[in-house]
Design a protein around this ligand. Sequence first.
Ligand code: ZN
Ligand code: ZN
Length: 335
Amino acid sequence: MICARQVFRCFKWLERAGDRITGAAGPYFVALAVILISLGAASFFTVVQPGLPLPWLSSPPCILIAVNLFMHYYYVCTVRPGYIEEPPRYPGTSFLWASPSRPRRQLTASGVRWSPPQVEIVRAHVTRCKRCGEMRPERAHHCRICNKCVLKYDHHCPVRINQCVGLHNERHFVLFMAYLAFSTFFFSFLGYPYALDALGITYVPWTHTLPPLCFILTYVLSVVICIAITIMLLWNLWGVARGETSVEAQDHEVYRNVAKGRGETFLNSYDLGKRANLALFFNIGPNGYPLYTLFFPFRIMPYTDGRAWARREGLLRHHGVRDGEELTDEEDEES
Ligand SMILES: [Zn+2]
Ligand SMILES: [Zn+2]
């Protein structure tokens, strides 16, 4: 028993050490990502794009995808995820901010009727975090790398963005992955003949300013990233469509088993149906922003301030979870 506890502590120490190392290396990972994305864009726009037919038609979408890719990456790294102690946020007034479908204030009050009609906005329950001592609403979790509680915490991403993914930057995170998947797919698909040229297989002389070795390396990286990021994007979108964050997906699995053991069915009260979940996540539709905000790199506000949540009508909490059964952060249990 003592041995098992020591092994557990050893693993926890290793995990913390890993967190510290990846946390410290975060800025270097971001710099590397910027260099690689820029190299990919340079390879595409100097080699592949000039050879596309109908340049007046094919250039604008290519440029739009590249602009979206860089801007959403910039946003996801710089827009703070929503730390508990921060004051409420309001939409900006610069040209980067989109206008809502119809002027309205961000919803913070409870008991507000929503469209679709079986949804209502309910003020979140509040608990105290045992790590930082702050009062936090449901869906907030403590990030042990930032050492703060984050609204609608999803995960801390040291490798790509060097900060948490939470309420205010989760949309940019998913859109960045989507534009990265699009751009690497088009580069891999359209750049294939040029990769053969660069390898010398086709006997076509390489006349581009970019060195052929640089193009081949960028091309191979693009194919690998396309496969990896598409899988991650689909996994993330699946979570969004189910109305749960990465943390909640794990918690809900536990709740599902507990409820099943009692012969009950677990129902996620944040799950409003796939279409409504996606619309709320991207905050588009009659209650939010127009659809075009998905195709241009605009800033928009989330549908909530993180202290009230859209729930299925009549469900003030998850069905099948009883008082005292709610899981807290694993750090709480450990300390
Ligand atoms: Zn905390
Ligand atoms: Zn964090």
